[in-house]
Design a protein around this ligand. Structure first.
Ligand code: MMA
Ligand code: CA
Length: 192
């Protein structure tokens, strides 16, 4: 008959196996040798339950990482969206490319809360930023990068005013928008 303590050890080993396979991740608590939030019940877990636990641990770790970045003012989170800047000024095409290279696109506010989050970054750097909005080739209407029509706007008074010459959009430090030529150097702010 197994002693209580050796049962515990076997249970611990069983719970920690999938974690070692994943890359030596610690338990959810972060204490060495202490398994995650589900404790010892992992002993009898099915493969599906172990996957579920691993996913919960990953989500928790991601939440912690995003929280630290937000705490340090390196990102702004609004719902499912993350806004972040590399602090660099670039023309519209280069700024868009930088965002796409990290799996995102140029920031484009869909509502007042998102507009405010982007404005915070503009203010932080004291630099106007290009938005992920441009004039459609055929319609002449401003659209998101993906071609969808705008569902929110925050134009500065008397903007857009170019009647076609300014095909990009910049955000001023007060959060309002101005249609602007695409070859200026403006702060890059991405959404992910
Ligand atoms: C600049 C340029 C325009 C903007 C006006 C506003 C003179 O042009 O930034 O896009 O509309 O200023 O006065
Ligand atoms: Ca303008």
């Amino acid at each position: 008959m197994l002693s209580y303590s050796s049962s515990i050890l076997i249970a611990l080993a069983a719970v920690l196996v999938p974690c070692h396979a994943l890359s030596k991740c610690p338990g959810i608590s972060g204490l060495p040798g202490i398994p995650g939030r589900d404790g010892l019940k992992g002993l009898s877990d099915s493969l599906a339950a172990k996957r579920h636990n691993a996913l919960a641990n990953l989500k928790h770790r991601l939440f912690q990482l995003e929280s630290v970045l937000a705490l340090n003012g390196e990102i702004r989170k609004v719902g499912e969206k993350i806004f972040a800047s590399n602090g660099k000024k670039a023309d519209f095409a280069s700024a868009l490319q930088s965002c796409e290279e990290v799996g995102g696109t140029l920031a484009a506010p869909r509502n007042e809360e998102e507009n405010k989050a982007i404005m915070d970054i503009v203010k932080q750097h004291n630099q106007y930023a290009y938005l992920g909005i441009r004039k459609g080739e055929t319609s002449g209407q401003f659209k998101y990068i993906n071609g969808m029509p705008l569902n929110y706007s925050n134009w500065h008074q008397h903007e857009p005013n170019s009647k076609g010459r300014e095909k990009c959009v910049e955000m001023y430090t007060d959060g309002t928008w101005n249609d602007k030529k695409c070859n200026m150097y403006r702060l890059t702010i991405c959404q992910l």
